[in-house]
Design a protein around this ligand. Structure first.
Ligand code: EPS
Length: 353
């Protein structure tokens, strides 16, 4: 099961090809609407004000509303590009932005806008993830949810996944939303940006998904999450907190009625335990900011860079659907691989809840 995306943020369209989806899954353009809206720009004052409808066209792989087993091609046409915002983009390099490394690698700059390094690329990850979420839900009863688990220095005082969809931050504590709004308003006025952490959880994953050494479930998750633009770190379960834990704290003891904790994040030895799979992802502060920063231009002269335009002060606040989608895509791939090798062997073994 593979996914690849194509298109640039300021090109005519973006799209993806999802290959290896089993036949017979019911899929319609309306299935994509909710998740694409959750990720989109221009829906609140706290994100970029670019306004795209993100209407999906299904070009192939679906016939009479069901997947055929052939590659599924999805397309979204870009309609609100403003390349003039990017002015002299080809002359210099934004500090902290990939336009420096893209140029060092390819020697080509796209004068139209962010291109492949834009968060616009993540639209198609979310679209592909809709297929995986639907298949995982129908075939295995797996449910993937997420939330913003840190905004700058602010952490949730409580975690209630039922309130996450009721605020523009995917924040799990409704009482803190006014604080976040004030924080984001002040940040936007300052012209600076901030990082964030997103946590996603997959419930209902059976034990046995993932490969023991190469292709570990946690290894594939880390690679998938790190492939999202602006991601700088990934944790599974307790992640880096494990560094200061004792074995007695970290191990998840097993009783007849199940595990007593989930420090492992639902994965042991690269294979799912049957507990919720928990992954947490660090997003860096957006590099396109109004605060001047030092750089050089193509002529080798020092310059000061200020990036105007419609940029996100915190790209992480609309990243929850993206992390959920990548978790679902990796799980679907591992589910299909597990079935190919082991069939239904896991389901006849005693299951620890
Ligand atoms: C982005 C810059 C902005 C955002 C864009 C991500 O693009 P533009 O300069 O064209 O307005 O709006 O995000 C999206 C369009 C999207 O759909 O996520 C960037 O540099 O990453």
């Amino acid at each position: 099961f593979t996914v690849t995306t194509f298109g640039e943020s300021h090109g005519p369209a973006i799209g993806c090809v999802v290959d290896g989806c089993p036949p017979g899954l019911a899929i319609a353009p309306e299935d994509f609407r909710a998740d694409l809206e959750r990720r989109a720009t221009g829906r609140t004052r706290h994100t970029s004000q670019r306004r795209e409808d993100d209407d999906i066209e299904i070009l192939s792989g679906v016939y009479e509303g069901r997947t055929t087993g052939t590659p599924i091609a999805l397309l979204i046409r870009n309609t609100d590009q403003r390349s003039k915002d990017y002015g002299n983009i080809v002359e210099t390099f934004r500090p902290g932005h990939a336009d420096y490394t893209y140029w060092q690698k390819y020697g080509i700059r796209d004068p139209r806008g962010g291109g492949r390094s834009s968060a616009r690329e993540t639209t198609m990850r979310v679209a592909a993830g809709v297929i995986a979420r639907k298949w995982l839900g129908e075939r295995h009863g797996v449910r993937v949810r997420g939330y913003l688990s840190q905004l700058g220095g602010i952490v949730p005082a409580a975690i209630d996944l039922d309130v996450v969809e009721q605020n523009p931050f995917f924040w799990p504590d409704a009482a803190q939303v006014p604080e976040l709004e004030a924080y984001m308003d002040a940040l936007r006025k300052s012209g600076d940006s901030v990082g964030a952490r997103v946590t996603a959880i997959a419930e209902g994953v059976p034990p046995g998904w993932g490969e023991p050494i190469y292709g570990k479930l946690d290894g594939e998750l880390a690679a998938a999450m790190m492939s999202i633009n602006a991601v700088k770190g990934v944790e599974i379960g307790d992640g880096f907190a494990a560094v200061s834990q004792r074995g007695t704290q970290h191990r998840d003891e097993i009783r007849l009625d199940g595990f007593t904790s989930n420090h492992a994040g639902g994965i042991l030895g690269g294979i799912s335990t049957g507990q919720p799979v928990v992954v947490s992802v660090a997003f860096k502060p957006t590099s396109s900011i109004l605060v001047p920063g030092a750089s050089v231009n193509l002529a080798g002269e020092p310059v000061e860079v200020v990036t105007k335009g419609r940029h996100d002060p915190c790209v992480g606040i609309r990243a929850t659907p993206i992390v959920e989608a990548m978790l679902a895509l990796v799980l679907m791939d591992q589910a299909l691989r597990h079935r190919a090798q082991c069939g239904d062997v896991g389901t006849v073994l005693p299951r620890i809840p």
